[in-house]
Design a protein around this ligand. Structure first.
Ligand code: SAH
Length: 436
């Protein structure tokens, strides 16, 4: 069957954004094919009851298919929906959420996805791998680098700075020392941080690079060398050296100021972050009698936004630099009812849960561990706000909570236009008290 060309019609889309076609009991997943499209599909891989295909000749096109804004859209692993009309991307994300929750036996209403006003140039952080004289993004499921000049998802300034850095590094013939270039562009302040992930701290010519790039772009407020000696999939190493400006940049958001370090997490879509946090505030119904625990608090963005409305807020986070930022952020905003702790949410969290009314959870993609879910259920916390960037782990975790908590509608926010990813917020309200 491999290499055969078959006539197929697309009837659905997978969680990974691939078209789903069916023929004679066989399911074929087709890259970049939309529901209602028909065409000749070349089978490239076959397993027992399923196969993978690519479009050989598209005969019936979806009215939602567009010319990608980016010339490398279908090569680079960043955008899954580069060829899809923006309004329809939101519909597809809603469909993906509906099937994810249904497959996990959760009967929850999925609200419409909150759209971005401008889906282009939204990202405020870019990480660019450097290898073998190439600078680019990884192809999907591979370590091949696809080069680019301008990425339609990155800020325009980041694209320009990237091109300048690449040219300087190639001119100085020092690209062998580099593993990644990181550019963070704070949209509210227009400050820029450059992180240079290198194999060695001693690189001759690095002073010249700093001089040239900072002369050209006054927005740059920080350049950091990050030493990464080992070859593995982790991007950042432990040791850092600030070679220009501060070891942080500042952004203005939510009526507050935030310091952001190289190692700290910060929401990558500035405009949608505001919508996300307003949604959290609205759904959580915080008032001055309420004490909030913000688990996975990063640099304290949610904590400090809620602190204005709450009695007290406690934030817990595993990255040391993020907690240093969070504490400084409370101080520079004159907020004195927010407290931050360096801790692992997989440790015993009971000491933080003892005296709070609302818990905000915003875990990384892998979601919550079972021990934390049990502690939350046993502690009898009345209200939990679950913010998730991965519907699959959200659905898994909600299944543990559902006997003890009433679960609200799912409120999706499009933080990541042109990709298959979507952020969701849901509220859990206590039904009964303990596990037994
Ligand atoms: N709520 C913040 C950060 C969310 S991202 C914001 O909106 O900006 C998730 C955060 O969880 C990251 O800062 C990450 O460093 C942190 N994290 C990851 N694993 C953790 C763990 N086991 N315990 C505590 N924090 C963790």
């Amino acid at each position: 069957m491999k290499n055969d060309i078959v006539d197929l019609k697309c009837i659905d889309i997978t969680n990974e954004g691939q078209g789903v076609c069916k023929k004679d009991g066989l399911v074929v997943f087709v890259k970049e094919m939309l529901p209602d499209e028909e065409g000749q599909i070349k089978i490239i891989k076959e397993k027992k009851n399923l196969a993978y295909g690519i479009i050989d000749n598209l005969k019936v096109k979806s009215k939602y298919r567009i010319m990608p804004k980016c010339p490398i859209s279908s090569k680079c692993g960043g955008c899954d929906f580069g060829y899809v009309d923006y309004g329809y991307q939101l519909q597809l994300k809603k469909n993906i959420l509906e099937s994810t929750f249904k497959n996990m036996n959760l009967d929850l209403k999925i609200k419409d996805v909150i759209a971005a006003d401008n889906p282009n140039n939204y990202r405020n952080k870019v990480q660019i791998p450097v290898n073998n004289h190439l600078f680019g993004f990884y192809r999907n499921y591979s370590n091949d680098i696809v080069e680019f000049d301008e990425c339609n998802c990155q800020s325009e300034l980041s694209n320009k700075i990237f091109n300048t850095l690449k040219k300087i590094i190639l001119d100085l013939k020092i690209d062998d020392y580099f593993r990644h270039l990181i550019i963070k562009h704070a949209k509210g302040s227009n400050e820029v941080m450059i992180g240079l992930v290198v194999k060695d701290f001693n690189i001759s010519g690095i002073e010249e690079l700093v001089k040239e790039v900072t002369n050209r772009y006054r927005e740059i407020k920080s350049i950091i060398l990050n030493l990464k000696e080992r070859d593995d999939n982790v991007i950042l190493g432990e040791k850092e050296k600030t070679i220009f400006g501060n070891n942080y940049i500042v952004d203005y958001a939510l009526g507050l100021k935030f310091r952001i370090s190289l190692k700290s997490f910060y929401q990558i879509n500035y405009e949608q972050m505001h919508k996300l946090y307003d949604l959290i505030l609205d759904l959580a119904k915080i008032d001055k009698d309420i004490k909030v625990l913000d688990l996975y608090c990063g640099i304290g963005t949610i904590s400090l936004y809620l602190a204005k409305y709450a009695k007290e807020v406690f934030g817990v986070e595993i990255v040391k630099e993020a907690i240093i930022n969070a504490k400084a952020n409370a101080e520079i905003n004159n907020i004195n009812n927010a407290y931050f702790y360096l801790d692992d949410a997989n440790n015993d969290m009971n000491k933080y849960l003892k005296d709070v009314d609302v818990v905000v959870l915003d875990p990384p993609r892998k979601g919550l561990n079972k021990q934390l879910i049990d502690s939350l259920i046993n502690s009898g916390i009345k209200k939990i706000v679950y913010v998730s960037c991965n519907p699959a782990t959200l659905a898994r975790d909600l299944n543990y909570f559902k006997d003890y908590y009433d679960i609200s509608d799912i409120n999706p926010v499009d933080m990541f236009p042109y990709t298959k990813h979507v952020e969701c917020v849901t509220i859990l309200k206590l039904k009964r008290k303990t596990i037994n």
